[in-house]
Design a protein around this ligand. Structure first.
Ligand code: NAP
Length: 345
């Protein structure tokens, strides 16, 4: 049985981020682990993840979650083993996925996101990746928000990321007639073409004419834009949408590090009238009740080889800031998993 330590290390916000986050944005500290109150659960972290959505909490600005204050622990998803429980729903030895954050240990306060991992057929890290929030965002974004139908032509931006790659492959499995992705660099393009089986990959960084390339990639246009990138990309794609086209606003990677005044606007709204377009965002936790059934179906797709998973692993709590910085400034790709305390697949 794992011993309960008296102290634990965690990563906290050292300075608000301006533009891209740096090492100076974060600091590691050691804190005492308090006794558990009723309903609390103490977990030992096995692994945690770096999530782009955390960026919006590192400085003040519009987000559905409030900004962190200096000294606040960095939250994020984690897989942990229960080592002490004051909650009848959890026993020592349970493996859970939760918002445990970048920490060696986490106390779940009895409310919020936590899920017992129901089986070990797939790597435990998948429960904070393809079967966790990124995968569920892809799933509900396509199935509920876009109401994707067989035959749809689907464009996914940041297609090599955990959300995008899952969305593109689910689209293929659901019978999309064309699946196109945007991504930068030859390695991502090769993986998306050879492993994830996308039809065309457009490199938005090297192209001289993004709109012409997106048009050539699907000459009949697109029924669904699953967007992870932000306003400039959406504005470029709107004229390429077919009648009844749907835009899913999943994330805004190109806009997270920009000052509010520098975020571009969307101007092509006239197409919404003639083409009867629809644009809708999602917060994946609204679909929490549907996670178990979706995870079951998506897990089957993974086991059948229809959905391929890519991870990029980091070792030790101290590597969490670098994993996060790399989200915005590295050619490496795949779900960024920080291994902290044990075997996760
Ligand atoms: N709505 C929800 O409930 C929900 C939940 C989870 C995640 N999300 C969102 O889903 C999106 C994707 O998340 P993810 O975890 O899969 O991350 P991700 O796509 O792996 O994010 C990193 C990638 O973003 C791209 N990128 C970085 N900076 C960019 C820029 N300035 N312009 C364009 N692309 C840039 C880069 O890929 P390329 O250069 O190859 O494009 C980079 O490798 C994020 O916006 C995230 O916030 C939403």
């Amino acid at each position: 049985m794992t011993q309960r330590p008296s102290t634990s290390r965690r990563v906290v916000l050292a300075a608000q981020a301006v533009g891209r986050p740096t090492q100076a944005t974060f600091r590691v500290e050691e804190v005492a682990l308090p006794p558990l109150l009723e309903g609390h659960v103490l977990t030992r972290t096995l692994c945690c993840s770096a999530d782009p959505g955390t960026r919006s909490r590192l400085s003040s600005g519009a987000s559905y979650a409030p900004p962190l204050r200096i000294g606040d622990p960095i939250d994020g998803f984690a897989v942990g083993e229960v080592i002490e429980s004051a909650n009848p729903r959890f026993v020592i030895g349970d493996i859970v996925a939760s918002g445990g954050g970048w920490a060696e240990h986490a106390i779940f306060p009895g409310r919020g996101y936590i899920q017992k991992i129901p089986h070990k057929r797939l790597p435990l890290s998948y429960w904070i990746g393809v079967l966790g929030v990124p995968g569920m965002t892809a799933w509900f974004g396509l199935k509920r928000v876009a109401a994707m139908k067989p035959g749809d032509r689907v464009l996914v931006t940041s297609a090599a990321g955990p959300v995008g790659a899952t969305a593109a492959q689910i689209a293929r499995s659901l019978g999309a007639s064309r699946v196109v992705g945007t991504a930068s660099g030859a390695d991502k393009a090769a993986w998306l073409r050879d492993e994830a089986r996308l039809d065309v990959i457009v490199d938005y960084k090297t192209t001289t004419d993004l709109i012409a390339d997106l048009k050539a990639a699907s000459p009949d246009g697109y029924d669904v834009l699953f967007d992870n990138v932000g306003n400039a990309m959406i504005d470029s794609v709107i004229p390429l949408l077919r009648p009844g086209g749907r835009i899913v606003i999943s994330g805004q990677l190109a806009d997270y590090n920009a000052a509010a005044a520098d975020v571009p606007g969307i101007t092509n709204t006239r197409y919404f009238i003639a083409s009867r377009l629809r644009m809708e965002g999602l917060v994946v936790f609204d679909d929490l009740k549907g996670f178990p059934a979706a995870q079951e179906e998506l897990g089957d797709m993974i086991e059948r080889g229809e959905v391929k998973v890519r991870e990029h692993r980091y070792k030790g709590l101290g590597s969490a800031p670098q994993a996060f910085i790399d989200l915005f400034a590295s050619d490496s790709f795949g779900r960024r998993i920080i291994e902290i305390g044990g075997e996760t697949g």
